[in-house]
Design a protein around this ligand. Structure first.
Ligand code: PEP
Length: 251
């Protein structure tokens, strides 16, 4: 049974002080305990968020990390640093990192492998551009990303791995993929994982949809057979909106 996972991706928003306040506000709201509620926050917010979430059912994630454990990598954050704050999940290969910071699939593969080796749950983001979708290349793009980014992994790794299907054209634009299109791609992803890593991997991997998910469309998205969660940017930055996403069954 795959537990639904609603994850906020705060991106480069909230100072450490604001982050602590937001978590306090979320803690004052009832969250469905059958849904995993995760906040992935900027590295500098991690200490204040960890402190503020004490005693709640919220889970903590990072938005990025570097695959080496330590060394001369100015400006980077390592797994052991995140471990000190009991970070559980790490977003890897978000389209903003792929496009703005030029992270390629070789680099992303190293991060996925290192995250697993260090005991984290990676959330690997994949997805096509508008040009690729219109050119009929969406599945090929996603298939190529999965093949590269998951190179060298084992069937059991997929109990920890989350895949976020995020069509680039739907991120932060207000445009959402139709639930049918999202389901079609998520079913395709599950089929690809099954073909490459076996039935157990395909059944256990959790697949999220991301791209302009809001309280008003989350229930419809979550009703799809192969969608186990949502990765949410803008609508996760306000307590009530985040709680409504987590409580999607009541919408
Ligand atoms: C994201 O940041 O991964 C995302 C999907 O953003 P938004 O929900 O704002 O489109």
């Amino acid at each position: 049974m795959r537990k639904p996972l609603i994850a906020g991706n705060w991106k480069m928003n909230k100072t450490p002080y604001q982050a602590g306040l937001l978590i306090q506000e979320i803690k004052n709201l009832d969250l469905d305990s059958e849904v995993e509620a995760l906040v992935c926050v900027p590295s500098i917010d991690i200490p204040s968020v960890r402190e503020a979430m004490e005693g709640s059912c919220l889970r903590l994630g990072a938005e990025n990390f570097f695959h080496e454990a330590e060394g001369a990598y100015t400006g980077e954050i390592s797994g052991p640093m995140l471990k000190d704050y009991e970070v559980e999940y790490i977003i890897i290969g978000h389209s903003e990192r792929r496009t703005i910071f030029k992270e390629d699939d070789d680099f992303i593969q190293k991060k996925v492998k290192a995250a697993l080796d260090q005991g984290f749950k990676p959330i690997l983001c994949v997805g096509e551009s508008l040009e690729e979708r219109e050119g009929g290349l969406a599945q090929k793009k996603v298939s190529d990303q999965l093949a590269s980014d998951f190179q060298g992994l084992h069937e059991d790794d997929f109990e920890k791995i989350v895949i976020a299907y995020e069509p680039i054209w739907a991120i932060g634009t207000g445009k959402t993929a139709s639930s049918e299109d999202a389901e079609e791609m998520c079913a395709f992803i599950r089929k690809e994982i099954t073909a490459s890593f076996g039935e157990k991997a395909g059944q256990s991997v959790r697949i999220q949809y991301g791209g302009s998910v809001k309280p008003g469309n989350v229930k419809e998205i979550m009703s799809q057979e192969n969608i186990d969660g949502a990765l949410v940017g803008g609508a996760s930055l306000e307590a009530e909106s985040f709680a409504r996403l987590v409580n999607y069954k009541k919408n």
